[in-house]
Write a protein that binds this ligand. Structure first.
Ligand code: RB5
Length: 148
């Protein structure tokens, strides 16, 4: 299951992504928001991030105006590696190198067509492992209060 969330600035992207997931028969849960009425992004980031961190969702997708605020909020949840992506290269590399588990995008930065392309790449790219594993482990060490 893919967990989806957005604020008003990312609503249009989220709706386009839902359509893509339906066409591909990919199961998803929409955590809102459900309109373009102004809302704060942190609660949506939190609900999606919790679903991913708890293993209820394989991956998450979050959209706000820039993708930045919602990613900062999601990254406060332990186990989350949320990445803001604005192009195809970043969507691919953040899976291959960062094993990122939430893709964040901005509705005021990219259009829906591009967002769907990034989602397609993101969901179809595997983590490379190898030399990137200790790097991911160091991120987890920071979360655990360890000194690096
Ligand atoms: C909302 O106006 C906007 O600040 C929000 O969508 C996001 O871009 C924050 O990072």
């Amino acid at each position: 299951m893919i967990a989806l969330g957005c604020d008003h600035g990312g609503f249009v992207l989220k709706e386009a992504i839902k359509k893509y997931l339906e066409e591909k028969n990919i199961e998803y849960k929409d955590f809102g928001t459900y309109s373009e009425e102004s809302v704060n992004y942190a609660p949506y980031a939190y609900r999606v991030a919790k679903a991913v961190a708890d293993g209820k969702a394989e991956k998450g997708i979050l959209c706000c105006g820039t993708g930045i605020g919602i990613s900062i909020a999601a990254n406060k949840v332990k186990g989350i590696r949320a990445a803001v992506c604005t192009n195809e290269f970043c969507a691919e590399m953040t899976r291959k190198h960062n094993d990122s588990n939430i893709l964040c995008m901005g509705g005021r930065v990219i259009d829906a067509e591009k967002a769907v392309r990034l989602v397609d790449i993101y969901l179809n790219t595997e983590f490379e492992g190898g030399r990137h594993i200790p790097r991911i482990n160091e991120i987890a060490a920071i979360e655990n209060g360890e000194e690096l």
